[in-house]
Design a binder for this molecule. Structure first.
Ligand SMILES: [Fe+2]
Length: 242
C-alpha cells in the first residue's frame, strides 16, 4: 500500500517494487587509508581510459580481481554478508543457492568525469562501496534508472516535450540518486541501468569499489529449472581447430 492521494477515497497500491538496499560499513580511518592507497596504486600501475571525460574503471584496465588484494579482504567479507542479507530479505531460499563473487574493481572519477549509463549483463546482483564523498553528491551521485515508468499507462506517454506527468512525482520517478560517503554500500539488481553524475568537485577524487555477484545452484542436488547449475558441473567445450 502506497498511501492516500488528495482524492481521499482512493487507496494507492504500489505494486511489484524493485529492491535496492543500502548499508553503512564502519571503516576505521586506517583501513580506509589502506583501501584508498591500494586503489590509487592500481590506477598508477595500469593504463588510463581512452576517454578523458570518463572515470577510470579497473575492470577495463586489468584490475578486476581487487577482492583478492589483502587490503580488500575484510570489506569483501562484509559486502558478501550484506549480499546474503539482501537475498534473504527478498525471499530467496539461501540453502538452495551458491553465491559467487565474479568480479571486483575500483572506479576513480576525477573532476569533470562521469560514468555513462550501463548495466552489468554478466552478473545477477551488483554492489558498490564508496570510499569518498561528503554525502552532498557534489562529487557525483550514483543514478539508478527506472527500466520503465510503470505509471505512464502506456510506454512513452511521460517522455518527450511537454509531457503531461510531473517528472519527480513519486509514482513516476525515472531515476533514483545516491550521494557517496565513505562506508556507504548499495546493492541492486545487475539488470538495472545506472550511471554516475559528473564529479563537480575540483579538488575531490571520487573513489568506489564495485562488486559483481552471480547465483548458481549448490554443487549437490538437483538444480532448479532456471538457475544455472554449479560451475563445478560445467563442461568446457574446446574451440574447434582451424
Ligand atoms: Fe556499473
Amino acid at each position: 500500500m502506497m498511501g492516500f492521494c488528495r482524492w481521499s477515497c482512493l487507496e494507492l497500491h504500489a505494486l511489484f517494487p524493485t529492491v535496492v538496499a543500502t548499508d553503512h560499513l564502519d571503516l576505521d580511518p586506517l583501513e580506509l587509508a589502506a583501501l584508498l592507497q591500494t586503489v590509487l596504486q592500481c590506477r598508477a600501475e595500469a593504463s588510463g581510459n581512452p576517454d578523458p571525460g570518463c572515470a577510470w574503471t579497473g575492470d577495463l584496465n586489468g584490475v578486476w580481481q581487487l577482492h583478492q588484494h589483502p587490503a580488500c579482504r575484510l570489506i569483501t567479507e562484509q559486502v558478501i554478508q550484506r549480499v546474503w542479507g539482501y537475498l534473504d530479505a527478498t525471499g530467496f531460499d539461501l540453502t538452495r543457492l551458491e553465491l559467487h563473487l565474479q568480479r571486483c574493481w575500483p572506479v576513480l572519477s576525477d573532476w569533470g568525469q562521469v560514468v555513462g549509463r550501463h548495466h552489468h549483463p554478466n552478473a545477477h546482483l551488483s554492489a558498490v562501496l564508496y570510499l569518498s564523498g561528503d554525502g552532498t553528491g557534489a562529487d557525483g551521485c550514483l543514478c539508478l534508472h527506472a527500466p520503465s515508468q510503470c505509471n505512464e499507462l502506456v510506454p512513452g506517454l511521460a517522455v518527450g516535450h511537454d509531457a503531461p506527468i510531473a517528472p519527480h512525482h513519486p509514482c513516476n520517478q525515472s531515476r533514483w540518486t545516491l550521494a557517496p560517503k565513505p562506508g556507504l554500500l548499495v546493492l541492486f539488481p545487475s539488470r538495472l541501468d545506472h550511471s554516475v553524475e559528473e564529479n563537480g568537485e575540483a579538488e575531490a577524487l571520487r573513489v568506489s569499489i564495485s562488486f559483481d555477484f552471480v547465483l548458481t545452484a549448490p554443487a549437490s542436488g538437483e538444480p532448479p529449472e532456471y538457475l544455472a547449475p554449479h560451475p563445478g558441473h560445467w563442461q568446457r567445450c574446446p574451440r574447434p581447430e582451424n
